[in-house]
Design a protein around this ligand. Structure first.
Ligand code: R1P
Length: 306
């Protein structure tokens, strides 16, 4: 298609032939750009050199595509997005998912999408890698969907089912890879990703709402990429790294009680409500980057070679 032609021309000039048709795609989440260092013979191409690519403005996201090989022998050709685009940056959804469509055009069949996420459950602590089995996406349900408008091409479907969006074989591969690497059982969990538009982090009531709705983790990305990848017929694996616990106190602590205690000459000392920051998110990403990297490399090394 025309929207890919100039990029295919650029890539053909810059890449050796064995990297031109990647089989696997990776999207690196916040603070996880070093995932791509599990590839060998890396060629990195800045988004600025590619048409249709916007710029990633979020700290912890680089702005380039990296091509390389993973696995023994000839290796599997892989392309990784070092830095993704989020709707909250002001990017339209067609731009957010354009790199995913380019990956499909180049030949990617399996895509591993990673992200940093907040946990909605104390049973899923910071540092856990959650293998996503489903999602709840309020923005999709209420009209922020990358498939709004005419189908991407006459070959693309009008209606795309998402009941099987998260590939069972790839989820199995993730747990087998974790076992092979000797990771502790608790290092990995399974769960449902809830997508919010951001860039605000959740209020306690919103956190409770998402948890009660069945969510396990929450983040501001990934789902548009999953939708586009499914529209392209790719097999999708999503790995969420829990970087923080979403603040969900059991209930609101009454300020009336505090004032009444004050009037009665007593005092109630209360700790301030904790907040989350992107610095905290990036710091956990940094600490866990090596485990994520080994896991991704092990999963890719185990995929059937085409
Ligand atoms: O989902 P990724 O891009 O990994 O980043 C997550 O971290 C940022 C918030 O700290 C948000 O962008 C959220 O979506």
């Amino acid at each position: 298609m025309d929207v890919f032609k100039s990029n295919v021309d650029v890539l053909s000039k810059l890449l050796p032939p064995h990297l031109l048709a990647p089989r696997v795609g990776i999207v690196c989440g916040s603070g996880l750009s070093t995932l791509a260092t599990c590839m060998r013979g890396i060629v990195e191409i800045p988004y600025n050199d590619l048409e249709g690519f916007v710029h990633s403005t979020v700290p912890g996201h680089k702005s380039s595509l990296a091509f390389g090989l993973i696995g023994e022998g000839e290796g599997v050709p892989v392309v990784a997005m070092l830095g993704r685009f989020h709707p909250y940056e002001g990017h339209v959804l067609s731009s957010v998912v354009y790199p995913i469509r380019l990956m499909a055009h180049l030949g990617v069949k399996d895509i591993i999408i990673t992200n940093a996420a907040g946990s909605l459950r104390p049973s899923i602590p910071v540092g856990t890698i959650v293998v996503i089995q489903d999602h709840i996406a309020l923005p999709l349900l209420t009209g922020l969907n990358p498939l709004l408008g005419p189908p991407f091409s006459p070959k693309h479907a009008r209606f795309v089912p998402l009941s099987d969006a998260y590939s069972r074989p790839l989820r199995l591969a993730a747990f087998r890879a974790a076992h092979a690497l000797g990771l502790e059982r608790d290092a990995l969990a399974e769960g449902t990703y809830t997508w919010v538009s951001g860039p605000t982090y959740e209020t306690p009531a919103e956190g409770r709402f998402l948890r009660n709705a069945g969510g396990d983790v929450v983040g501001m990305s990934t789902v548009p990429e999953v939708v586009a990848a499914r529209d392209e017929g790719m097999n999708v694996l999503v790995l969420s790294l829990v970087t923080n616990l979403v603040v969900i106190p059991d209930g609101y602590r009454s300020v009336r009680e505090e004032v009444e205690a004050e009037i009665a000459g007593q005092s109630i000392v209360r700790a301030p409500t904790p907040t989350v920051s992107h610095e905290e998110v990036l710091s956990v990403g940094k600490q866990k980057a090596d485990v994520m990297k080994s896991l991704v490399a092990e999963i890719i090394g185990r995929l059937p070679r085409a």
